[in-house]
Unconditional design. Sequence first.
Length: 192
Amino acid sequence: MHSCPFCRKVREIVAVLDLDVLFYPCPKNGPNFRRKVAEMGGKQQFPYMVDPNTGVSMYESDDIIKYLVGKYGDGNVPIALSLGYLTTLTAGLAMIGRSGKGSSYSPSRLPPKPLVVWAYEGSPFCKIVREVLVELELPHIYRSCARGSPKRQILFDKTGRFQAPYLEDPNTGVEMFESAEIAEYLKATYAL
């Protein structure tokens, strides 16, 4: 869920570790993936992570962060993500300005293939696109490209500039920049 502080903590470590992640959004009243989480893990609790590389699955944001840092990082959890309740509180405060956005399901049709979104957690423009992706429950590959990421150069080489967010829709062939235009496109293409 986009407006969940525990989910935000996990998105932050994804940015720190520069990981690409396949997200299955689980907004309130979402008919597709919330049920699958309960089937796979036994309860509807978020975040829920499945690592296809190892078969490991788990709940609990702090456990997920420790696992990801141990498996894909240097084993050290960044101080800002290791402060327990304080980390959760600050993650929640970071979402206050747009509270409620990205939390409830809007009827949509699922794309045959996941969308690809180049973005990073700290960008307010990327946040707008993530909110729509979650509200429409659209599966997407999140290509994390925070400051210092080598993926910024990859996107530059691909498009002639670096700007995030950037959307690639393999279902329609559309590729585009600009958060407002991406949000409009997603609604026009997938909302019912």
